[in-house]
Design a protein around this ligand. Structure first.
Ligand code: C2E
Ligand code: MG
Ligand code: MG
Length: 668
């Protein structure tokens, strides 16, 4: 159970507990109030009933035994006494009453079962006065309080004054003492019974309330969980969304911080997704996204998470991954799996993915930073066409990157860019037929900076445009000077993705060519397969326009991309440049040698010329000659050099090759 779920359960329990306590207090309060009210009602009623009963005894059992004269004369006549005494004795004997007093209208005792008080005059108290006014009244005397009656009855006594009416005149008062103990005990029993019922009823009510509340809170909790789940998921793929992914990444970073482990975040962007969507429709696009999510999920561990974090962007969280190397392995694997075709609605779709990697703690200390770093890495991966780990040097947003950006911009303005040239040699004749322009940045502090260290930055920031124009202008100017010196070389200039897709490129090239006065065929533009594949349709249009100008086109780093032969066949290129990784490996690897050979054959069959890059040994050179390769460039022939020394270098190189000294060591 996750900590969050535990917390929510505790919260629910404590809510229920609070509700239970509060409602119990209320119910107990209600019970006490009702009980108190009931108690006093029962007691009042018992009292009233006793009063009524005693009054009845006085009026029905005693009064008929007396006559008006008994009251008016102040003494009970012997005749009345004779009737009265046995009746009173009976009443006392069967404990209906415990004492009787009879008062005349003036408050003098004219009869009592206690003869000693006959003739006493009682100070007219409340009870006596209201009885003389015709009202029955009573007073409850606790045990021992009743005057002279304490010894008669041990319990409480009810003292009732009953008016004596003869012919509608109140002529005197009976005072009767009723033993109240048994009546009170009965009342208490009744109250106790009612209390039990009341308490039971309230308990049942309370338990019912608790039950309802508990069920309601469970339902609410379920709704809340459903809502939470919905808010955490991407509706199309059902995978976690960006917000939930960030939370999970944050938790993973916390655990790694605590336990000293590592975390990797992979950001994955589907290549050419827009094309799929635009050409095949959103329906297929959506299905493709679902398939991609499922395939990624299939190839990661259970503890890993894949989330959809944007249109065609997925993120993978790898907890317990230590170091960039391990993350790269996973990413490379995913990269390969995603290249296998997807079958969507009967259509086989070949896509690929750009994967950027960021690791904790190497690249960032929190989830947000890791996502940013992975994003930067993904951007570079788009061009590298393999998974890339975050490299601060490629992050435009880091302070050092911003500083570098400023320096590069100034560097371009202040002509710090220079171009070196690497000769391209005709393998058959040993003559230099061209030179590839390779840009360098002559940094005032760091010295000569290699293109790999600043071209990605230029590409990301838009500085690539002024840089390309500058290199083109320089290359054409230098080429013209070689032509002027009698060397009709071609000059090859590299184009990056942004340059190729730049709207103004064709006009720019035409203008610069015109300015240089060189024939268009003296310029060769190099693009890589992967550059062309970023936007194949647009690339085709631009390349066709450049070709129409008469400019030669070369496919650089051939063999490292994944473009189809049928697409390549449509490109109006003149030259294939075999990637140097195959050429350098050719001496030791049969596979590499096979690739070089078949590329040369392929180029021959397509009517293209072929250049081998990266000739580092005399053996390679000989081998290329045997295979019928058209031209070659590489360190064994010549390293890239500034324009100033190039013609001399060419001269030396051609003489060296003419002398047949093909076994010479690589020039320094
Ligand atoms: P590339 O177009 O494939 O250029 C060939 C690279 O291989 C050059 O690296 C060159 O110095 C190197 N090289 C040549 N012979 C050998 C060899 O025998 N062995 C080895 N190991 N390497 C060899 P460099 O100059 O560092 O350029 C790297 C990449 O930068 C170029 O690859 C190209 O893609 C890019 N680049 C260079 N200049 C420009 C430019 O002006 N514009 C653009 N957009 N890209 C450029
Ligand atoms: Mg090149
Ligand atoms: Mg190359």
């Amino acid at each position: 159970m996750t900590i969050q779920r535990l917390r929510s359960r505790l919260l629910r329990t404590s809510l229920l507990l609070r509700f239970g306590l509060a409602s119990a207090l209320l119910v107990i309060g209600l019970g006490l109030a009702l009980g108190w009210e009931l108690n006093s009602t029962v007691e009042d009623r018992a009292l009233a009933q006793s009063e009524l009963m005693v009054a009845g005894i006085g009026q029905l059992a005693v009064q008929p035994l007396l006559v008006r004269e008994d009251f008016e004369s102040g003494t009970v006549s012997p005749g009345s006494l004779e009737r009265l005494e046995p009746a009173v004795a009976d009443l006392i004997a069967d404990e209906t009453v415990s004492r009787i007093k009879v008062f005349d209208g003036g408050g003098t005792v004219i009869y009592s079962d206690d003869p000693s008080i006959i003739g006493d005059r009682q100070e007219s108290g409340d009870g006596l006065t209201s009885a003389l006014d015709g009202q029955v009244s009573s007073e409850l005397q606790e045990a021992g309080e009743a005057d002279g009656a304490a010894e008669v009855s041990a319990g409480a006594l009810l003292e009732v004054y009953v008016p004596v009416r003869i012919d509608d005149d109140v002529v005197g008062v009976f005072e009767l003492y009723l033993p109240y103990g048994p009546v009170a005990a009965d009342a208490h029993r009744d109250v106790a019974e009612l209390f039990t019922w009341l308490a039971g009823g309230l308990l049942v009510l309370w338990l019912g309330l608790l039950q309802i509340m508990s069920a309601a809170s469970r339902r609410l909790r379920r709704h809340a969980l459903d809502n939470e789940r919905l808010a955490q998921r991407d509706t199309l793929t059902g995978l976690p969304n960006r917000a939930w992914f960030t939370t999970l990444a944050r938790q993973a970073v916390h655990s790694a911080e605590r336990d000293g482990g590592g975390v990797a975040v992979l950001l994955l962007d589907i290549d050419r997704f827009r094309e799929v969507n635009d050409t095949l429709g959103h329906h297929i696009g959506d299905q493709l996204l679902v398939e991609v999510g499922a395939r990624v999920r299939q190839h990661i561990r259970d503890v890993d998470t894949v989330a959809r974090v944007g249109g065609d962007e997925f993120a993978v969280l790898l907890p317990d991954v230590v170091g960039t190397e391990e993350a790269l392995e996973v990413a490379d694997r995913l990269h390969t799996f995603l290249r296998a075709p997807f079958l969507v609605d009967g259509v086989g779709l070949e896509i690929g993915a750009s994967i950027g990697i960021a690791c904790f703690p190497e690249h960032g200390g929190d989830a947000t930073r890791l996502l940013q770093c992975a994003d930067v890495a993904m951007y570079t991966a788009e061009y590298a066409h393999r998974a890339m780990a975050y490299d601060p040097a490629l992050d435009v947003n880091t302070p050092s990157r911003l500083a570098l950006y400023g320096e590069l911009r100034r560097g371009i303005d202040e002509n710090q860019l220079t171009v070196h040239y690497q000769p391209q040699v005709d393998v058959g004749t040993g003559r230099v037929v061209g030179a590839e322009a390779l840009v360098r940045w002559n940094h005032p502090i760091h010295g000569l900076v290699q293109p790999d260290d600043f071209i990605p930055l230029a590409e990301q920031t838009g500085l690539i445009r002024p840089m390309t124009v500058e290199v083109l202008r320089t290359a054409l100017r230098d080429c013209r000077s070689w032509h002027a010196a009698g060397h009709a070389l071609t000059v090859a200039v590299n184009l990056s993705v942004r340059s190729l897709l730049d709207e103004g490129l064709v006009n720019e090239v035409a203008g610069l060519l015109h300015e240089s006065g060189l024939p268009a065929s003296a310029l060769e533009l190099e693009i890589t397969e992967t550059t062309a594949m970023v936007d194949p349709v647009r690339s085709l249009v631009v390349l066709a326009e450049l070709h129409a100008l008469g400019v030669r086109l070369a496919l650089d780093d051939y063999g490292t991309g994944h473009s189809s032969l049928s697409y390549l066949n449509q490109l109006p290129v003149d030259t294939l440049k075999i990637d140097r990784s195959f050429v350098t490996a050719m001496d030791t690897s049969d596979n590499a040698a096979t690739i070089v050979r078949s590329t040369i054959d392929l180029a021959g069959n397509l009517g293209l010329s072929v250049v081998a890059e990266g000739v580092e040994t005399g053996e390679s050179w000989l081998r290329l000659a045997e295979l019928g390769c058209d031209s070659a460039q590489g360190y064994w022939l010549a390293r890239p050099e500034p324009a100033a020394g190039l013609l001399m270098l060419i001269d030396r190189l051609e003489r060296r090759l003419r002398a047949g000294r093909r076994d010479l060591p690589v020039p320094a």
